[in-house]
Design a protein. Structure first.
Length: 506
């Protein structure tokens, strides 16, 4: 499938790589706005939670579902959202989901009930589960593979990181007025992006669905993801070894086994399992889970440390994270060139190395603020890691994939990101609470001591991601190595021939 925005003429293809048309830029900006909103919404709600609890009279158990409701809708429906983009048309799915996101944002800012607010958050997560894979697949089918797509993806993924960082700052400012503004802000931005998208985004062909939809796969796959995310979110409260948690994990395993069986036999699978036989693809998925999971858990600990132990305000905490976001934003247009020169395995490995070092430095925090010596270096390394790793993982996951499966792969990648975030955050939270130093009676030193094992787990997760990436470096090095050769001896009286290759490299 060739996008109408691509220039098909071989004579002009080189120039097209250098110069994008205004409409091409417009399309990218609309898609970036949607991704920016997804990340913005995730980060803004955290700082507003105390104000929401006071205004609506919510308990802590109810309050957590304002965050978890979004994760549940987002992480649980991503596979379905990605495949729906392939089958129903990427433009159609993206624009409808963006409209739903805007309406849910408006609803969330106007409600006066905790359950209604949680419902609006679930609907927003659900809509993001369709906009994220649809938007990514529009990019990968509009910008041809190579430098052009790498540049577009680096800008696109940088907008996500920038949105996440800006969300922290904006939330600190808006919450001073009212928590409702943190819910309402995405609505007008989504509406502007929707109007622009109607004009800018090219029409995409629907795939041939005469063979039918994979309804059993959609039901079992979506149910498995929803139950998995629900279980890991609830596990710290219910207990990891409680009957409810264990039975939920068992039910998740049964649903996943049923999903795999259905996908192997289906003529039109929701997820073609053969895509995971590629080591490159598998490393991208596992790397994305480790990268985002470690970051979400780190941010949870770092914000608690700054506000609870150092006594910083929400705005001061947000500003402490700001250098990472600024570094990501400034490097957005350059990462594509870096990937073109060095390849995704090397860039991802470098990013994970920065990530491990950043977390290791932050382990040195104590009850005395040490911003210049500890926190700032950690944030700068974290920003460099995000700038290098996140775009490269997206490039690695989508390169070499046919247009008819870009939505599927995009949904799979975003599923890995969200499930990784939910699982690793739950694990790190369990490690922290296992110390038994929660509550007002605990001394500041005891609370800090309970944070350190969590930071160690965060560092270990990032280190695991680095080790996974290094296996890709070895594979890349083998692929680039020259084929072995031998000297073939001839019969007596004749000279040896030139060296010949004796095998074909895999």
């Amino acid at each position: 499938m060739t996008s109408p925005l691509n220039v098909p003429s071989p004579a002009s293809s080189s120039a097209a790589d250098e110069r994008w048309s205004p409409r091409l830029w417009g399309t990218l900006l609309v898609l970036c706005a949607a991704m920016f909103l997804d990340a913005l919404d995730v980060s803004m709600v955290g700082v507003a939670l105390p104000s929401i609890a006071t205004d609506l009279g919510l308990s802590t158990a109810t309050l957590q579902w304002i965050v978890s409701g979004y994760i549940l809708g987002y992480g649980g429906l991503l596979l379905l959202g990605g495949r729906a983009a392939d089958l129903l048309g990427r433009r159609r799915v993206f624009l409808i989901a963006l409209a739903v996101f805007a309406l849910a944002s408006l609803l969330g800012g106007l409600v006066d009930s905790g359950p209604l607010l949680i419902a609006s958050r679930f609907i927003k997560g659900l809509s993001a589960a369709f906009t994220a894979p649809a938007g990514l697949s529009i990019i990968t089918t509009t910008f041809k593979e190579g430098p052009q797509r790498n540049r577009a993806l680096s800008i696109y993924t940088t907008c996500a990181a920038t949105g996440f960082s800006m969300g922290l700052v904006l939330s600190g400012l808006l919450t001073e007025l009212s928590w409702r503004w943190t819910m309402l802000l995405p609505a007008p931005i989504a509406l502007v992006a929707l109007v622009a998208g109607l004009r800018m985004i090219p029409h995409s062909d629907r795939e041939d669905t005469r063979g039918g939809y994979d309804v059993p796969g959609a039901v079992t796959g979506t149910a498995a993801m929803l139950l998995l995310v629900f279980t890991v979110v609830q596990a710290p409260e219910a207990g990891w070894t409680s009957a409810r948690t264990l039975l939920s994990f068992l039910a998740t395993a049964i649903l996943l086994a049923a999903f795999v069986t259905i996908e192997r036999r289906s003529a039109n699978p929701l997820l073609r399992l053969g895509v995971l036989r590629s080591g490159t693809q598998l490393r991208a998925q596992l790397g994305a889970a480790a990268f985002f999971g470690s970051y979400v858990a780190f941010q949870f600990i770092a914000t608690q440390y700054m506000q609870s132990l150092l006594g910083w305000s929400a705005l001061q905490t947000a500003l402490a994270f700001l250098p990472a976001g600024v570094l990501v934003a400034l490097s957005s247009t350059k990462i594509g060139d870096v990937v073109d020169r060095f390849g995704t395995p090397r860039v991802i490995a470098t990013g994970f190395t920065f990530l491990v070092v950043a977390y290791a430095i932050f382990l040195q925090v104590d009850l005395t603020p040490r911003y210049a010596a500890v926190i700032l270096p950690s944030m700068l390394l974290l920003g460099a890691a995000c700038a290098l790793t996140f775009p490269s993982l997206n490039i690695q996951a989508t390169n070499g994939v046919g247009d008819d499966e870009q939505g599927m792969v995009s949904g799979l990648l975003n599923t890995s990101i969200q499930v990784g975030g939910a699982v690793f955050l739950a694990v790190v939270t369990a490690v922290i609470t296992a110390g038994g130093h929660e509550g007002t009676a605990a001394s500041p030193q005891a609370v800090l001591d309970s944070f350190r094992p969590g930071l160690a787990v965060v560092t270990a997760i990032a280190l695991a991601g680095l080790l996974i990436t290094l296996t890709g470096l070895r594979a890349d090095r083998r692929a680039r190595a020259p084929l072995p050769s031998v000297v073939v001896a001839k019969s007596p009286g004749t000279r040896a021939e030139e060296a010949e290759p004796v095998g074909v490299r895999d």
